[in-house]
Ligand binder design. Structure first.
Ligand SMILES: [Zn+2]
Length: 261
């Protein structure tokens, strides 16, 4: 970590500054539209945030993005403690895309009909605050249900949607960097946030990622961050470190069991 704490808001701001200075950036909706019209530049980065917790921090990150001229996508869960209409509207007003971070199969124990009803209700609730044309599954890695399976029975079009990052984006010629598990090398722990891509070059720290983004080779990539990870409070920061240590051990255990089957 070169003496600096990783996963702080300050580090996040350095990362976004670097990204904005070196690449055109796209939200999920903007990328999807540009892709369909064959209007993508030679190099670019897609920027997406999953608001899994700490909604106030999502606003702080949205302000940093906007400061550097980055229009990103913020995916919100429809959970009572996380659904904050005021903050969602403020993030939308900063120019960012608002999307729905769904987990309806996990919520309904895999019941597709109840999941559809819940999905429609939550989408309607979010659309009352901002236009929503893309959705993204919440991993819920410890749940037996994969929320992406929802699309085995339903289509995006029937809900007026144009994109789902795990379903409609081909990452095979892109680098994919996700902070899931508090580590950019997302193939080590992740169970569901895994896509076919050029990978993450084994990059672990944000300083390594910044150095990679600054080199002269033109590249395409996708960057995923979580609002609850990038905190300045000593207490929250250490809380995250301990939580992810335990969660990552659980995920490794689950991964080992899945590969043994
Ligand atoms: Zn999530």
């Amino acid at each position: 970590m070169n003496g600096k704490k990783d996963y702080t808001r300050q580090t996040y701001a350095r990362l976004m500054r670097c990204l904005s200075l070196n690449y055109p950036t796209f939200s999920i909706a903007d990328y999807s539209l540009a892709h369909n019209r064959c209007m993508l530049p030679e190099s670019y980065f897609i920027v997406r945030h999953d608001v899994d917790g700490n909604v106030k921090n999502a606003l702080a990150m949205a302000e940093i993005d906007a400061h550097y001229g980055i229009r990103a996508t913020f995916y919100f869960r429809a959970k009572p403690l996380l659904f904050n209409p005021e903050i969602i509207k403020r993030i939308g007003a900063l120019g960012h895309e608002i999307g729905y971070h769904y987990e309806v199969l996990s919520d309904t124990g895999g019941n597709y009909e109840r999941a559809r009803i819940l999905f429609e209700a939550n989408l309607k609730m979010l659309r009352a605050l901002a236009p929503v044309c893309t959705v993204c599954m919440h991993g819920r890695s410890l749940s037996p249900h994969n929320n992406l399976d929802f699309w085995k029975k339903y289509t995006l079009e029937q809900f007026g949607l144009i994109a789902e990052p795990y379903l409609t984006i081909d990452y095979s010629d892109m680098y994919y960097f996700s902070d899931t598990s508090h580590c950019w090398n997302n193939y080590r722990y992740n169970l569901r946030d895994v896509v076919i891509s050029l990978g993450s070059r084994g990059i672990e720290t944000t300083d390594e990622l910044i150095a990679f983004l600054q080199d002269s080779e033109p590249k395409k990539g996708a960057l995923l961050t979580h609002s609850n990870f990038w905190v300045d409070s000593w207490c929250l920061w250490w809380g995250n470190r301990c939580l992810f240590f335990l969660l990552n051990q659980l995920k490794l255990y689950k991964k080992r069991r899945l590969t043994q089957k």
